[in-house]
Design a protein around this ligand. Structure first.
Ligand code: PHE
Length: 338
């Protein structure tokens, strides 16, 4: 009876366990064979009854073996015990693109300053990409940015083109939202340039816009200084050089000291030790007027920077083409920071 219970309770998760079971009970040297041997010694009157019990046991053991064997076969059971204490083989998960990592970091820094994230179309009309931004008709300033034109159009907004900068979103935002407006606008932009290590026909910018009462140049400088410290380290120094953009007055180019980007690997850093990171300025009164905002009541600042450039400084990537070639050896070097 004890054996019968043992046999029917038995479970095997590996072939080895099942084989041990076979050896213990069913094989020629197993417990059953021994019992049948003992049967010879049993007095004749009990032989029938004991024999019957033994046969039941034998049958139970054999059908158990057959059932377990089949179960193991169909589940592909192996001879190897699984060691659950072994460390797992790590799953290969992808990682974010370096430009995405940089964009997320930029957004994080500006969100803490109260900037929203806004978006706009990459296929744009002349009005939002140029005219409303105070680029005069046929003015050479338009040629500063080699434009991909898509379609000549006589419609209100003029020709259709691929936006050459994210400044179009400034206009779209001011057209629909009354100040205060405080937003950054990351996105892809296009310029008709030959592809090389230092230029590409598409790249990414983040535009910043802050329009409210009494926004000053000091606000602009301090905001970008704060950004630079957060992005590049607190010992970074900031420098503004006079510049020109049709949509800002006064305009400036923003340089920072080459704090993290050093040595021969750093091609963007000039010998002077400064590297340009952004264009900026006070929003031109004409731009505000074009969007129905009264420049007597409101002032604002705007800035624009290249995400590739920031990424280049962070990770020392010196060839713009790497960003869009999808080479897995390049892409897997970038890990999300905590
Ligand atoms: N749109 C400018 C460019 O692409 C950058 C810029 C943005 C400059 C906002 C000033 C203010 O070069």
């Amino acid at each position: 009876q004890v054996l019968l219970k043992e046999v029917s309770d038995f479970a095997a998760s590996t072939k080895q366990e099942l084989e041990n079971f076979r050896l213990k009970y069913i094989s020629k040297k197993g417990a059953l064979a021994e019992l049948f041997e003992d049967l010879k010694k049993v007095p004749v009157e009990q032989k029938k009854q004991v024999g019957k019990v033994l046969n039941e046991l034998k049958q139970a053991a054999e059908s158990k073996f057959a059932a377990l064997n089949e179960a193991l076969e169909s589940s592909g059971g192996s001879n190897i015990d699984i060691d659950l204490t072994l460390p797992p083989v790590p799953n290969k998960v992808g990682n974010l693109h370096p430009l995405t990592l940089t964009r997320l970091r930029i957004i994080e820094i500006f969100e803490r300053l109260g900037f929203n994230v806004a978006d706009g179309p990459e296929i744009e009309d002349d009005w939002h990409n140029f005219s409303a931004l105070n680029f005069p008709e046929n003015h050479p300033a338009r040629e500063m940015q080699d434009t991909f034109f898509i379609e000549k159009s006589n419609k209100e907004g003029g020709d259709i083109l691929l936006r050459t900068h994210t400044s179009n979103v400034q206009i779209r935002l001011l057209e629909k939202q009354r100040p205060p407006v405080r937003a950054i606008m990351p996105g892809r932009v296009y310029r008709n340039e030959a592809i090389s290590a230092r230029a590409h026909c598409f790249f990414h910018q983040v535009e910043g816009l802050y329009v409210d009462k009494n926004v000053s140049f000091a606000d602009l400088k301090q905001t970008l200084f704060h950004f630079a410290k957060e992005m590049y380290g607190k010992d970074i120094k900031l420098r503004l050089r006079p510049s020109f953009f049709p949509f800002t007055e006064p305009s400036a180019e923003i340089d920072v000291t080459c704090l993290i980007c050093k040595g021969s690997g750093c091609v963007v850093c000039k010998k002077s030790g400064w590297v340009e990171i952004a264009g900026a300025g006070m929003v031109h009164p004409n731009v505000l007027k074009n969007c129905g905002v009264d420049p007597e009541e409101f002032t604002g600042f705007a800035f624009g920077m290249g995400i590739e450039r920031v990424t280049q400084l962070r990770y020392q990537v010196n060839d713009l083409r790497l960003y869009s070639e999808n080479d897995i050896r390049f892409l897997k070097q970038f890990h999300t920071e905590g």
